[in-house]
Design a protein around this ligand. Structure first.
Ligand SMILES: *Cc1c(COP(=O)(O)O)cnc(C)c1O
Length: 366
């Protein structure tokens, strides 16, 4: 049996006609930049996230970068974040000229260890950038408390966590802003690159709207140097067709996660820990196993897709060598990099496929 890590064709087959019709709407109108579909998507995602405003942007990476720029964060500033994330989190901080300051992770949730954040705050700290990794939100209450005490902005990297919840609040709702990615492998994936920033802060929203379009208002009058961070209306068309399915797809992922959890109970496979405060959208189902690299090889040889998110923590990336961190700086993040692996969890996965994945792992580790 072949079980891919993700099967986008299975999902597309269920919505193909609608997607094509909506894309045709854009083509027939020839509103190829901005336009009503972008606004419709922004409204819908603001509402979904419990936010007043949403700004469509060109990618999740640009959502983070434009948000930092809109907060005027740059050279000489520090932003506190996690070393166990996709590169864009730390990369966007660095690209503004600011310095990413890493804090180790909580080994149960893989999210930033909130008990260590305050010790990392200095006079230069301007913001905290928590990441809601694998679809589960970070422990936001203590993060917001430190932010309030030291007057810091909070940029939620919610690229993997659209519509995820913490104590009844949605990803992006509690911080200064929340950043989503529509990369095709995210729970709400476009047909190319795309992203969105949600916020309840009117002033920040205005800055971001200008930042997305070269700091321009009105046309050809530039208040500051922004960029072209615009979302493509063809992406908005596809995303508007997919959005009504998002809750069902995330629920199907939770059901699949529960099915794996049962299979792995009482075995050497450590299943994901979801805090009772959180509802995860399981962008990834990440386990810890002994002899991880051998298990990965065994699964690949058995026709099963799996992936290591992430093999190298940010503080040990070559491009950040000048920050001066060493092996041992963040032991929990480093340990996670050695032990974790992600299994197929996409909504269309069948019980038979999951049985095969679980059995193949258990045959090896038991
Ligand atoms: C996917 C991802 C991003 C970047 O999103 P893109 O749309 O690929 O630019 C940023 N942060 C995290 C945690 C991600 O998973």
């Amino acid at each position: 049996m072949q079980v891919p890590l993700l099967d986008l064709k299975a999902q597309y087959a269920t919505i193909k006609d609608e997607v094509l019709a909506k894309i045709n709407q854009v083509l027939d109108s020839q509103r190829c930049i901005g336009g009503p579909l972008i606004e419709e998507l922004e409204k819908a995602i603001a509402q979904l996230s419990g936010c007043k405003f949403a700004v469509g942007v060109s990618s999740g990476t640009d959502a983070l970068l434009a948000s930092l720029m809109a907060l005027n964060i740059g050279s000489g500033d520090e932003v506190i974040t996690t070393p166990f994330t996709f590169f864009a989190t730390a990369g966007s901080i660095h690209r503004t000229g600011a310095t990413p300051v890493f804090v180790d992770i909580n080994p149960k949730t893989y999210n930033i260890d909130v008990s260590r954040i305050e010790a990392a705050v200095t006079k230069r700290t301007k913001a905290i950038m928590p990441v809601h990794l694998f679809g589960q939100m970070a422990d936001m209450d203590p993060i917001m408390a430190v932010a309030k005490k030291h007057s810091l902005a909070v940029i939620e990297d919610a690229a993997q966590a659209i519509s995820s919840a913490y104590k009844g609040k949605k990803a992006g709702q509690m911080g200064t802003c929340g950043c989503f990615s529509f990369f095709p492998s995210k729970n709400l994936g476009g047909i190319g690159d795309g992203g969105m920033v949600v916020t309840n802060d009117e002033k920040f929203n205005h800055q971001l709207v200008l930042m997305r379009n070269h700091g321009m208002e009105p046309k050809y009058y530039h208040h500051f140097v922004g960029g072209n961070f615009r979302l493509d209306p063809i992406q908005a068309a596809a995303l508007l067709v997919k959005l009504p399915h998002l809750d069902n797809w995330s629920q199907a992922r939770r059901n699949n996660a529960a099915y794996y959890d049962k299979k792995f109970k009482g075995t050497p496979v450590m299943t994901p820990y979801i805090s009772p405060d959180c509802v995860s959208i399981y962008n990834q189902y990440v386990i810890r196993v002994p002899k991880r690299d051998e298990v990965v090889k065994h699964l690949q040889a058995s026709g099963i897709g799996c992936e290591i998110y992430y093999p190298v923590p940010m503080h040990l990336q070559k491009c950040f060598a000048s920050l001066g961190y060493k092996a041992g700086s963040f032991p929990e993040a480093e340990k996670a990099c050695r032990e974790v692996m992600a299994l197929p969890i996409y909504p269309e996965l069948t019980d038979e496929m999951q049985d095969y994945v679980a059995q193949t792992i258990l045959n090896f580790v038991s």
